[in-house]
Design a protein around this ligand. Structure first.
Ligand code: CP
Ligand code: NVA
Length: 298
């Protein structure tokens, strides 16, 4: 039984298998077999909002022949306090796989353990593994292998997206730079545990100079809404804009996992100038996640 709960746990060869397969599923979307999950029912259990993750998993699972159930956590007994481990044991007796978006990483891990189902982390407070696999697929599609590349993340460096980037850097041998103010940087213990070539700094210019990829995410992640005013204040300098882009390589990709808040983590002109990359990145969630599911069940 394979799960995708964290990039920390994903071996390099499995990552490469998924990335290679994503390209095939993208190329052959119209013609590939529709029977991988025929006769199966998969559930999406979401405790947070989603557009891309929900749509791409629903479409991808259907393209493999599965039936899909979307369960908003607030509308099932989970939202009224039924334990994860009981929910998991019920689901484990009825369905064939689960895709979960929630707060605590331990909840996804507990669900996988008690359900016995192939389980995907569709974002927790700690990681967003599907996003980063799709992003790496996008970079390699446009710029070739990751080896030797410099990826610079600017913004809230302590949220799920940059933390998954840290684990990916350790596996794939590229340089990751995180430009974030103190208090928004990845925990030192996590950086040490992950290893890899990761530089964390408050200095945006130093982080961006010579970068192949500039990447950002929202300043206020889901669940942090009560900190909005403080975050907007603390992160106000950590924006991708024209001045920042000019410091990177001339052909640097500008990426955003979306949703984007113009005038906050990225300005309108920069976002629109790089919209083709950003929406290809969103599209690639579909192909990468199909590759993840294929890897899990094969
Ligand atoms: N990037 C991403 O995961 O988007 P959604 O929150 O819309 O799923
Ligand atoms: N860091 C963001 C990612 C959204 C896809 C959040 O958790 O809200």
């Amino acid at each position: 039984m394979k799960n995708l709960l964290s990039l920390e746990k994903l071996e390099r060869n499995d990552m490469e298998t998924i990335l290679g397969r994503a390209a095939v599923f993208k190329r052959d979307r119209a013609t590939h077999s529709r029977t991988l999950l025929a006769g199966q029912t998969w559930a999406l259990i979401f405790s947070k909002s989603s557009t891309r993750t929900r749509v791409s998993f629903e479409v991808g699972l259907r393209e493999f022949g599965a039936q899909v159930m979307f369960l908003s956590a607030g509308e099932i007994q989970l939202g009224r306090g039924e334990p994860i481990k009981d929910t998991a044991r019920v689901m484990g007796r009825m369905i064939h796989g689960a895709v979960i978006r929630t707060f605590a990483q331990t909840d996804v891990e507990e669900f996988a353990r008690y359900s016995g189902l192939p389980t995907v982390n569709a974002l927790t407070d700690s990681e967003h593994p599907c996003q980063i696999l799709a992003d790496i697929f996008t970079i390699t599609e446009r710029r070739g292998p990751m080896t030797g590349k410099v990826v610079t993340f600017i913004g809230d460096g302590a949220c799920n997206v940059p933390l998954s980037w840290v684990f990916a850097a350790a596996r794939l041998g590229f340089e990751l730079r995180i430009a974030a103010p103190k208090g928004y940087q990845p925990p030192a213990e996590l950086l040490q545990r992950a290893g890899g070539n990761v530089v964390v700094t408050e200095d945006i210019a130093a982080a961006v100079r010579g970068a192949d990829v500039l990447y950002t995410d929202v300043w206020v992640s889901m669940g942090k809404e009560q900190e909005s005013a403080q975050r907007l204040h603390d992160l106000s300098r950590y924006q991708i804009n024209d001045a920042v882009v000019k410091l990177a390589r001339p052909d640097a990709l500008v990426m955003h996992c979306l949703p984007a808040y113009r005038g906050k983590e990225i300005d309108e002109a920069t976002f629109e100038a790089h919209a083709d990359t950003i929406f290809t990145q969103a599209e690639n969630r579909l192909h990468a996640q199909k590759a993840i599911i294929h890897w899990m069940v094969s």
